[in-house]
Design a protein around this ligand. Structure first.
Ligand code: HEC
Length: 182
């Protein structure tokens, strides 16, 4: 009888330790809820192009939306909701006129002189953003983990908290705005 009691105590203590450790490791993710992605997906700059976009106003950038192989395949096959493992990257650069190109245009096509004709990607801007699909892990945000890195550093939780509420507006396309540009 005494021995059973001791065993029970030992099991309870172990369970307590395990529970505490799980809790502690949850907290050590920089305090961020697990809905956010904290590491840059490797090799993203070599991924294939989904589409491009230009944002005006304060953002004033030209952006490329890239996808890993799972992303490209599921776009082409129109698989909705998108499968786990799909990752979409959004890279952006300052949207600016090119003096160099405009000079050439002006000398070959005089009607372009005196105004910017060619706009190109300047320095990187507005960070790099990712959406990582894992229906179980990120269940509370539509199955997507959101991430932003500014100069390689993860954005704070305050920024990341803004992602899902806005992307929720496009629930019908599994929270992804960008369409595949054929
Ligand atoms: C105010 C609304 C809004 C907020 C907030 C927002 N996004 Fe978006 N996001 C968009 C729209 C609209 C697009 C597509 C057009 C564009 O890129 O301008 C987009 C595009 C993207 C894309 C390309 C895939 C897609 O859905 O088209 C990624 C990746 C992305 N956003 C990640 C993020 C992350 C990460 C955050 C938070 C740090 C975030 N977004 C915050 C509206 C928003």
């Amino acid at each position: 009888m005494k021995r059973v009691g001791f065993l029970l105590l030992a099991v309870a203590a172990l369970a307590g330790v395990a529970g505490y450790m799980a809790h502690a490791s949850g907290q050590s993710d920089g305090g961020a809820a697990p809905i956010f992605v904290t590491t840059i997906p490797p090799g993203y700059r070599d991924w294939r192009l989904i589409s491009v976009a230009h944002e005006a106003g304060k953002n004033n950038d030209i952006r490329a939306i890239l996808g890993n192989d799972v992303a490209i395949k599921s776009y082409r096959e129109r698989t909705l909701p998108y499968p786990d493992g799909k990752i979409i990257a959004r890279v952006a650069w300052n949207y600016e006129p090119s003096e160099e190109n405009n000079k050439i245009f002006c000398s070959f096509v005089p009607s372009t002189c005196g105004r910017p004709q060619s706009f190109v990607a300047g320095p990187p801007k507005n960070g790099v953003q990712f959406m990582v699909k894992d229906a179980k892990k990120y269940a509370s945000t539509g199955g997507w983990g959101f991430a932003e890195f500014d100069d390689g550093k993860p954005a704070g939780e305050a920024v990341l908290k803004t992602c899902f509420p806005c992307h929720a507006a496009i629930k019908a396309r599994d929270f992804v705005f960008t369409r595949y540009a054929p």
